[in-house]
Design a protein around this ligand. Structure first.
Ligand code: ATP
Length: 372
């Protein structure tokens, strides 16, 4: 799939913008702080209904304006798909094919993107929260049911934490409600856990050969899900439920004492191992970079295998950060099959035919002109 038209209204530093793109590599060139990242972010937000760099939607609205609008026409195998997202101070509204979507979890997934930005190195080095967010967003792109499950889970978690707090401060001593919430919590938690196990196994299948290739055959990547409750990969849901129930019975008193939910998918992590060792702790900068790159490239292939179309790739300020070998691996992987946006302040140092043949757009103070 590719985006053939993008229109922005009051988005970050863009007042009004309408632009056509081709299904090839598009280089977005401009000085610092002109709006390159904002443009990439707008394409990401159009797909995911969420920014990759802020959780506050109001940041996306141009200063002193009331709303921001992103519209795009996505060319998919079966035809053109108009997508529209309006962000106002009251919330977000989304339309797909001119039909307003009642749930954002239904909207997400109609257009697929993979973003690779310098902060994606945090995928390996950052906190478990970064990795949980990554898997949730990526599974969400190919499974609306999962995304809906996560939002249900978070609601129950919030209610459960609220009730634990009441028990902690002795506003109530009745534990019946806690037991009901725990049952609901476990039902939601096991579904998320099972899906994450499954997703990471598929991601690993795609990432392993890529990592091997980038590391010139000397490194083997493994991806493991690390759950906070001692469930096992491949376990059936009824067994997982038993393990959760057992855990929550044992920790009930401790949770009341602490006033919060101590275990569950919101506390889990993902581990990346290179040649058998945790790359977060023992990996060099180079190994961490290769891991992040392999995982991103694997996502492209995974989406393609799940939905039968390649996603749109957004490379924000990242290409010039990679050495020649990693650069050409990336560019050879996407060659001719993935619509790609590359932002950069200069094309010097990016010595690849793909970039020489790309369309180039110049960004200057929230305005864009096409150069070739
Ligand atoms: N909500 C907003 N309203 C108006 N302007 C904004 C808003 N949010 C950010 N900006 C402006 O957008 C500009 C930054 O744009 P962006 O992050 O896209 O830069 P960039 O071209 O990617 O630069 P760099 O090469 O440094 O990454 C800044 O000038 C910032 O002040």
């Amino acid at each position: 799939m590719y985006i053939e038209k993008l229109a922005l209204k009051n988005y970050r530093n863009y007042d009004s913008l309408e632009i056509d793109f081709e299904n090839k590599v598009n280089v977005i060139l401009g000085e610092n702080a002109q709006g390159k990242t904002n443009l990439m972010e707008s394409v990401y937000v159009l797909a995911m209904a969420k920014s990759h760099r802020t959780s506050n939607d109001k940041d996306l609205i141009r200063w002193d304006e009331d709303y921001a609008k992103i519209e795009g026409r996505i060319k998919r195998k079966h035809g053109s798909l108009p997508m529209q997202l309006v962000i106002s101070k009251k919330g977000k509204k989304a339309w797909c094919n001119h039909i307003e979507q009642q749930r954002l979890s239904q909207y997400v997934g109609n257009m697929n993107v993979v973003m690779f930005a310098p902060e994606d190195l945090n995928l390996v080095k950052g906190s478990p929260q970064v990795r949980r967010r990554f898997i949730d967003m990526e599974i969400g792109q190919v499974s609306p049911v999962y995304l809906h499950g996560v939002s249900q889970y978070l609601k129950i978690l919030q209610q459960r934490n609220h009730y634990l707090k009441m028990l902690q401060i002795k506003k109530t001593s009745d534990e019946t409600m806690l037991d009901i919430l725990t049952e609901q919590f476990i039902q939601a938690a096991v579904k998320i856990t099972a899906k994450r196990f499954e997703f990471l196994r598929i991601l690993e299948t795609w990432a392993q050969p890529l990592h091997k290739g980038i590391s010139r055959g000397i490194e083997t990547l493994e991806i493991h899900y690390s759950p906070s409750v001692n469930v096992l990969e491949g376990q059936d849901l009824s067994k997982m439920i038993e393990v959760f129930e057992d855990k929550f019975t044992k920790v009930k008193a401790r949770e009341i004492e602490r006033g919060t939910t101590l275990f569950g998918p919101h506390r889990d992590d993902v581990l990346f191992h290179v040649n058998g060792r945790d790359v977060q702790t023992f990996g060099s900068q180079g190994q961490q970079r290769t891991t992040a790159l392999s995982v991103k490239l694997a996502e492209i292939e995974l989406i393609h295998s799940e939905i039968g179309e390649y996603p749109i790739l957004l490379l924000d300020d990242v290409l010039s950060e990679l050495d020649d070998h990693r650069q050409s691996h990336l560019l050879n992987t996407i060659l001719g099959k993935v619509q790609t946006f590359v932002t950069t302040t200069s094309v010097e140092g990016i010595d690849h035919q793909t970039i020489k043949e790309a369309s180039t757009f110049i960004v200057n103070s929230g305005e864009i002109i096409r150069r070739n």
